[in-house]
Write a protein that binds this ligand. Structure first.
Ligand code: SF4
Length: 329
């Protein structure tokens, strides 16, 4: 591992100032992804600004009834929080599906949003990778890509976003808050991750040096009848092949409101707005759910090894939505 300066500020302003003094500085929170990347020299910050002593921890209700989650709140604390479990259960379920207890105890909300892809070629210096070395090419497009994106990918990169937590956050219209030396800012999670296009190395729209301070779940998205389900390749913790977060309200047999987001299918959590529009006011039946997801996935461009994800996403969404209907009656 390369040498670096280590700072432990206690005020957000001080953290932002330290970051602004060094081009290759990075924030450190739980370190569950960054430290691994540093050990393998995929990341080489010259300064680490530890944010764990900043006043960014905790969960509280906002003035209009939403739920604010501080950026350094651990994944364990979010998953176990009574308000999260009762009002946004899919978020708790996603976090519990995401990693071992040890990792959840260290990993933070802000760090979870910023974790890097687990594409094998990204970690393999002998292979081209536009995300690791812009302009070098993408080994996955012509190589092994069974767990890569089927939606919105480009010839420059077809990696998926590895976060489980971000999938229900997308479904719940979460807002990400961040600070720069210029002030405080908000960005919808749906806009936080840009489409991959020809710049896969640009993974979020955060300005350089910006510090995530928290995430808000709006009260309008409160969904006690919501669920997260994930398909992975082994029973112990692994990243999703496909996952789905869904919330559903049914009135007299028809869909009154629905939220659906997929993980494991794109470079960002995929909000299924087309499927939601198809379902609105329609019969809450398995065949309708399948038709709606088929409409969503009509834009999918699977390759040879990841073709299975289309059927998997459809079947998984149908199972989750059908289960939510049964929960309603
Ligand atoms: Fe790199 Fe993305 Fe291609 Fe993987 S899919 S090799 S991360 S450019």
């Amino acid at each position: 591992m390369k040498q670096f300066i280590y700072d432990r500020p206690t005020q957000v302003r001080d953290a932002l100032t330290l970051m602004s003094q060094n081009d290759r500085a990075q924030y450190l929170a739980g370190g569950t992804n960054l430290v691994d990347l540093m050990k393998s020299e995929l990341e080489g910050p010259s300064r680490l600004v530890d944010v764990r002593h900043l006043p960014l921890q905790g969960i509280h209700e906002t003035h209009d009834g939403g739920l604010f989650i501080g950026a350094t709140t651990t994944n364990s604390d979010v998953a176990a929080h009574a308000e999260v479990r009762s009002r946004y259960p899919a978020l708790s379920q996603a976090i519990l599906a995401g990693a071992s207890g040890q990792l959840r105890n260290m990993a933070t909300v802000g760090g979870n949003l910023l974790q890097r892809t687990r594409c094998n070629y990204f970690a393999d210096r002998s292979e081209p990778c536009n995300k690791r070395a812009p302009g070098s090419g993408c080994a996955a497009v012509t190589g092994e890509h069974h767990n890569h994106a089927i939606l919105e990918w480009s010839d420059h990169c077809m990696a998926t976003n590895p976060s489980d937590m971000a999938v229900p956050l997308a479904a719940f219209d979460a807002v990400v808050h961040y600070e720069t030396l210029g002030g405080t800012h908000d960005i919808a999670l749906s806009e936080f991750y840009p489409p991959v296009g020809d710049t896969p190395q640009r993974e979020t729209l955060l300005p350089p040096g910006a510090l995530i301070t928290g995430v808000t779940l709006p009260t309008s998205a409160e969904s006690p009848r919501s669920r997260y389900r994930k398909v992975r390749e082994r029973a112990s913790y692994a990243f999703a092949n496909v996952s789905v977060a869904a919330a559903l309200d049914v009135r007299e047999g028809s869909v009154d409101s629905v939220r659906i987001a997929f993980g494991g299918v794109a470079s960002r959590p995929w909000r299924a707005l087309t499927a939601e529009a198809v379902l609105q006011d329609q019969p809450a039946t398995a065949s309708m759910f399948r038709a709606a997801v088929d409409a969503e996935l009509s834009a999918a461009r699977p390759l040879e090894h990841n073709r299975y994800k289309v059927a998997l996403a459809r079947n998984l969404a149908e199972t989750v939505l059908t289960g939510l209907v049964e929960q309603t009656v």
